[in-house]
Ligand binder design. Structure first.
Ligand code: ATP
Length: 478
């Protein structure tokens, strides 16, 4: 890696690092920048999360630094963990004493003792995360890289500093982190590290689901999430944490008719959508859009392979998956359900006919999420035939244009009935009853079908006419 000592020194020539150095020297404590910050420096990824390890009391050092920074900084001390955090300008600086860790079989909670820098580096998850810059006087900016993390950065490799079986068995979260870093950075997992993940995969069971999901979300938010998911699948982790996804694997053929492998199709859709959006929940919708294909797959001698209603069954599967994954059970989940449920509609619309009423219905059902739905549908085009892809994309362009035209004209995207239920009850002197419901839905249907415009006067007259057909008499007329 071609980064000169001058560049390192220039980077470290910041007030915050100089003050930490001063404080450490005054206390006679060896102190280092370590972990992600050092890795990201070499990767040219700017970071404001700074980890500092002191050989001795991390908390004491943090307090001394806090005093030097004065009022502009805020310090929080976590005595139980032996750590302290300083917030200063855009930085979050975490101070900790160098530790040596040992683990019991049934827990991720280590037995912690004070240790040397090297002990501390050994307990780090990967070689690229175990590098340190010294911050003390003469040695300011010296790189301490006992496990050749810099070489691994250059070779794009994720590898544990120690025996990977021990590293992963001690803390199985590291298996998820290995995959996550590979996906975020576009790195490979070194073969013996990979094999150890496979061997230790069942240890993932001792983790809380929240921690697993945290890493999964980072994989989903990475530049090419398929990298992470394929690694999860090949290591056997995916089958444990997300069996609904591995169930999508495989392509069956009958009487010479095959269907696509929905696992790889799903990953392609996810990669496609990643190029269009950073919205985690839209990416989740891509991941789950075909989740019910295994449950709905049938062989029909006339039609071949069918997956009838996989969108609706998929919509129903989402809450269970979200609950297990400890994902939010709120409007975010409803949004994913909605997109899964509607993901076939724009394509059906193109295949049949782009009528105004079909477009209006789609706008009504999708509401404000219509653009996201279109983004999902465009990402769902994974055909290898470029001619087909062009045709589909072009059709969707037509749909998008039509959606815009109709919305400008009819405003059904956030449909508010032009005559509402309360008013109808008042006009006919009726309580909440079946007739009121019928009138309300007749008005909505007439607007969606394009029989009347989405306007008050037209809706009012329509309602009176409908009411007459139902032998209802108004108490008063407008
Ligand atoms: P990111 O900020 O993208 O999550 P990071 O590497 O900075 O990446 P942190 O979780 O902030 O991640 O961890 C900081 C450092 O602490 C890591 O670089 C690594 O050295 C160490 N570390 C974090 N988690 C573990 C773990 N489970 N096992 C061993 N070392 C870890």
């Amino acid at each position: 890696m071609e980064i000169s000592q001058e560049k390192i020194l220039a980077h470290l020539d910041k007030k915050i690092f100089r003050l930490i150095s001063e404080a450490a020297d005054e206390m006679g404590v060896a102190c280092y920048l370590i972990g992600g910050y050092v890795r990201d420096f070499f990767l040219y990824r700017p970071s404001n999360d700074i980890d500092v390890v002191a050989v001795g009391q991390g908390i004491e050092l943090a307090k001394a630094v806090g005093e030097k920074l004065g009022k502009r900084s805020r310090i929080s001390v976590f005595k139980n963990f032996g750590t302290a955090q300083i917030k200063y300008k855009e930085y979050e600086i975490e101070f900790v004493g160098a530790r040596k860790e040992s683990y019991r079989l049934d827990s991720r909670k280590p037995i912690v003792e004070d240790g040397t820098l090297e002990d501390d580096q050994k307990r780090r998850d990967f070689t690229i995360n175990a590098m340190a810059f010294c911050l003390n006087g003469e040695r300011y900016g010296e790189l301490l890289d006992p496990f050749h993390g810099l070489q691994d950065l250059e070779d794009l490799i994720i590898r544990t500093p120690l025996d990977p079986d021990i590293t992963f068995s001690d803390d199985p979260l590291r298996m998820m982190r290995a995959v996550r870093f590979a996906s975020q950075l576009g790195f490979d997992i070194y073969p013996d590290t990979f094999d150890a993940i496979r061997r230790n995969r069942d240890r993932i069971g001792i983790l809380s689901m929240e921690r697993v999901t945290d890493e999964l979300n980072k994989i989903i938010l990475s530049p090419k999430p398929s990298v992470g998911f394929i690694l999860l699948e090949r290591t056997g982790l995916l089958d444990i944490i997300f069996p609904e996804l591995t169930a999508l694997k495989g392509a069956e053929t009958k009487d010479g008719i095959g269907h696509k492998d929905n696992f790889y199709h799903t990953l392609m859709v996810l990669d496609n959508i990643t190029r269009q959006t950073d919205n985690l929940w839209l990416r989740w919708s891509a991941l789950l859009h075909d989740i019910a294909k295994p449950a709905t797959k049938r062989w029909d001698p006339r039609l071949g392979w069918t997956f009838h209603n996989h969108n609706y069954i998929g919509e129903k599967m989402v809450p269970k998956i979200f609950r297990r994954m400890k994902l939010p059970q709120n409007e975010k989940m409803k949004y994913v359900q909605k997109l899964v449920s509607l993901h076939m509609r724009p394509m059906q619309l193109v295949e049949e006919e782009v009528t105004d009423s079909a477009v209006r219905r789609l706008l009504f059902d999708a509401g404000d999420d219509i653009d996201d739905l279109m983004t999902l549908c465009e990402a769902d085009i994974t055909s290898k035939n470029p001619e087909k892809v062009r045709r589909f994309l072009n059709n969707f362009k037509i749909v998008r244009r039509k959606l815009q035209e109709i919305e400008e004209k009819d405003k059904v995207r956030n449909f508010q009935p032009p005559v509402d239920g309360n008013e109808i009850m008042e006009i006919f002197g009726l309580p909440q009853c079946r007739e009121i419901g019928l009138l309300k839905s007749a008005i909505k249907e007439a607007i969606l079908e394009g029989e009347i415009p989405n306007e008050r006067e037209a809706a009012f007259q329509f309602m009176l006419k409908k009411a007459e057909e139902m032998s209802l008499t108004p108490l008063k007329r407008e």
